[in-house]
Design a protein around this ligand. Sequence first.
Ligand SMILES: [Zn+2]
Length: 378
Amino acid sequence: MIRTLFVLLFLGFYSASGQQSFVVEHVTVFNGTEILANQFVKVDNGIISEVSSNPLTAQTTIDGTGRFLMPALTNAHVHTWAAPQLQEAAQAGVLNLLDMHGMEPMQETMISLRDTPGNARLYRAGYAATTEGGHGTQYGFPIPTLSKPEDAAQWVADRVAAGVDYIKIIVEPWKATLDKATVAAIIKEAHKADKIAVVHVSRAQDAFDALSSGADGLVHIYNDEPLTAAQLDQLNEDANFFVIPTILTTVLIQPLYYNKTAEETAEIEARLLKEVKRLYDAGIPILAGTDPPNANINIGSDLYKELAFFAKAGLPIEAVLASATSLPADKFSLNNVGYIKEGFKADMLLLDKSPVEGVLNMNSIVKIWKEGVLITQE
Ligand SMILES: [Zn+2]
């Protein structure tokens, strides 16, 4: 019995990974930047080998008529602690997770699963930079804190030694927080170590200060007031940055944490979406992240809701889809993902309905491939 099961499991695995070469035919493709009708996408050994409007051949063909093919998703702001989360994300088509503060030793096992078919790949900041008693210290695990610019070099060196992918800094003035000079010193040390530095802020002034000090991105949108026109102009001139607004999180926590009424929450949402559109119009890349498990947000399909917020803000569909595919791949230097183009990993989602007709058609995913291996199917 056990032997039979083993053989069946083995055959199952073999047939899943055995599609060495296949073509998805007659499918509408979002390639990471634009939407193209009636395409043929060929995959060889886990890599996209050709995308063409002319027919391509392979051992296996998959009819994509009436369907939509796009790169698998990245959630650019999550918190992880256990391997089942990687599976939950992958089952929703989210194949890359960017952790923004967690226990470094507990992340090791999850990192080692990056190349396994059924799991999302985890990238991480390790511990976020915060000061003693500051935001980030309240989650029940001990974290190394810092308090002055002179601490920055050692603190960043420790993260680099732990193998982190980027540096995350917390500025949250409702508690003890890092000062501007220390934030600037951490950013400088991160860049010296060839790591990007992203910042948690809640106030526009803190966003302006951190970005003026060279921060590469914000992991939330500030929610007290908009940047002034002069601040935005100056940043656009001097800085090069992206924003992960986490609108879903910021909206959901209003009634949960701040007792806001439905009307007050709707007003905050409208204000945040207006600022997202303003940043987008100013040419600033907008990336999708949802900050699970905050506000009970899941690490999988809730990401579609963030995309729906971006559409509601007025971003064109290409920018909405890029926010969770090509843009996070570019900004966080994820290896060969985020595009349906020749030479990229075949991390692909086949949807029964087009997200162009409604972003929540993301819920109609029928097939998910990770490096050409089918990890879920209808
Ligand atoms: Zn977070």
